[in-house]
Write a protein that binds this ligand. Structure first.
Ligand SMILES: NC(=O)c1ccc[n+]([C@@H]2O[C@H](COP(=O)([O-])OP(=O)(O)OC[C@H]3O[C@@H](n4cnc5c(N)ncnc54)[C@H](OP(=O)(O)O)[C@@H]3O)[C@@H](O)[C@H]2O)c1
Length: 281
């Protein structure tokens, strides 16, 4: 299997790191990318083939793809679009800049990268493109508007791409985790501090509860799973002869996927306000 190369974004921590290690252990040729040079060095030191890739930067995306194709002799079996972050904050407090940054990483960079590997997959007559979406690509929760919007948009691009690539043997899969233990909340807290002026917001009291939750050590939501739960679904998406279009991970994703189909909007809103009212993610 070691001629099967997979490019993974956002391998400095959490799901990306776990999947990079896990797929390497299964014999895949893993290109574990990260945006910080220190993280690239750390990944290399533990024996992973790592190189820089910052989704905000087109040159970085282009250079990483060129370098990987150079090393593999122009082949790439799979792409796991994983790198992303959550910009917390009430919708009315989101500046254009905060929204733009959120979309630059979670959507624009991700799709730019994807579009750069599709020609290789077309040439070789097969490939797998995985997007790490979220339960928040299926339903909204209060105070996660920027992130929710980016993941809804990601679901839209992935669903469309799957239709357009039907019949090519390039499979497009959406991984949809609920709460997973990672550095996600630390990074979300940093984004919150960067962009939200909590002290002048009508939501400031909610923000205090939200910040406490973002800074909480260990699981902050019920049914939180370790990143290995995502790895299990990624293995299926990459290795099964018939990969699925969607892989819900964690109980909340299964539950909300059903509720959004069954409940009228008014009833679903009551559930979602309760689920997210304190700024939980
Ligand atoms: N944890 C959850 O509960 C959860 C639930 C549903 C979906 N997800 C999704 O799972 C994926 C991985 O998140 P995680 O939980 O593993 O969180 P994490 O530990 O914060 O990892 C996120 C990764 O994305 C990277 N990243 C951020 N901005 C980037 C950029 N501009 N270019 C390249 N990489 C960038 C981060 O790098 P730095 O270290 O440099 O910031 C980090 O390596 C994300 O797509 C997230 O939306 C997570």
């Amino acid at each position: 299997m070691n001629d099967k190369a997979v490019l993974i974004t956002g391998c400095s921590s959490g799901i990306g790191l776990c999947v990079a290690r896990g797929m390497k252990a299964r014999g895949w040729w893993v290109f574990a990318t990260a945006r910080q040079p220190g993280d690239v060095a750390r990944l290399q030191a533990e024996g992973l083939e790592s190189l820089p890739l910052d989704l905000r930067d087109s040159d970085s995306v282009r250079a990483a793809v060129a370098e990987i194709l150079d090393r593999t002799g122009g082949r790439l079996e799979a792409l796991f679009n994983n790198g992303a972050y959550g910009q917390p904050g009430a919708v009315e407090d989101l500046s254009r800049e905060a929204l733009r940054e959120q979309f630059e990483t979670n959507l624009f960079g991700t799709q730019e990268l994807t579009n750069q590997v599709i020609p290789t997959m077309r040439r070789q007559g097969r490939g797998r493109i995985l997007y790490n979406s979220s339960v928040l690509g299926l339903v909204a929760l209060p105070y996660r508007g920027a992130y929710v919007a980016s993941k809804f948009a990601l679901e839209g691009l992935a669903d469309t791409l799957r239709l357009e690539l039907a019949g090519t043997s390039i499979h497009v899969c959406l991984i949809e985790p609920g709460p997973i233990l990672s550095r996600f909340r630390d990074n979300a807290h940093a984004a919150f501090q960067r962009h939200i002026r909590a002290e002048i917001s009508p939501h400031r009291e909610k923000y205090a509860a939200m910040a406490a939750r973002l800074l909480k050590e260990g699981p902050a939501a019920p049914f939180t799973l370790p990143p290995e739960a995502v790895l299990k679904r990624v293995i299926h998406a990459l290795e099964s002869p018939r990969p699925r279009a969607r892989y819900p991970v964690t109980m909340p994703t299964h539950l909300f996927a059903i509720l959004r189909r069954l409940l009228p909007t008014r009833a679903l809103d009551v559930v979602l306000r309760r689920a997210g009212g304190e700024g939980r993610r």
